[in-house]
Write a protein that binds this ligand. Sequence first.
Ligand SMILES: C[S@@+](CC[C@H](N)C(=O)[O-])C[C@H]1O[C@@H](n2cnc3c(N)ncnc32)[C@H](O)[C@@H]1O
Length: 269
Amino acid sequence: MIGEKLESMLDGSPVFEPGTVWLVGAGPGDPGYLTVNALRALQQADTILHDALIDDRILELARPEAAKIYSGKRAGEHSIDRDALCARMVDLARSGQRVLRLKGGDPMIFGRGGEEILKLAEAGIPFRIVPGVTAGLAAMAVATIPATQRDVNRAVVLATGHAASDADETDWAALAGLGQPLVLYMALRRLDRIAGELIAGGMGRETPLAVISSATRSDEDILVSTLGTVSEDRKRHPIEPPAVVVIGEIVTMRERLLRIAPAFAGALA
Ligand SMILES: C[S@@+](CC[C@H](N)C(=O)[O-])C[C@H]1O[C@@H](n2cnc3c(N)ncnc32)[C@H](O)[C@@H]1O
């Protein structure tokens, strides 16, 4: 019933033409966070080049005859050979295939989608971007932390904690000075250093912080702490990547909700 209604509503939606590449966001993990457009793309693609962190159940939604090519980092590699990957997408599209580049979360948020569409454009390959639910927003939702809340924040900063070199380091003091919540991707490994730099930049040690690991997946885990104590708290409560770190007063909403409605504790824990 819903399927038929939806199909009729989607008449006129973009068609996945042969010879094109679609960069599609798969969301944070659980297949329930796929968009309808992502599902439709999966059902039409001839070849799917997918990153790590894509749930097998999502790949099972593809046509059985579709080729699925793992295109993420392999153990021991610092990065994937993006030029080779883009060249492969170009070749596949030129051979008349519908090529689906499937990335975790949203393809344009810390997903290097921009680099890939530049290469496609240079090669004259038509492409389309299908946005996905980004891990930062999904992680806040599962932890019951609003991204914005009137009287608390007027902006929210999505930042990466990854730095390829010292020259590539984020200006943490500048972000500390904004007084707005920070949502950090790829920050777990360097969290002690980042916390130290935010404190040095003027953020209070008592600033609330949440680490949300594997949001929407069966091994989801949440640690609530503060900027000054997260290093110790992680020894007590080890938490694994992939994880998003949320820093700011907005994190207290989770505890406020728990106090108002302790019955939510099961759902929130
Ligand atoms: C290379 S970035 C890709 C982000 C992705 N494009 C997005 O929009 O979510 C990978 C990082 O996303 C975050 N991440 C991805 N999936 C996650 C999940 N299910 N729970 C928590 N963090 C996640 C982690 O910070 C991880 O290190």
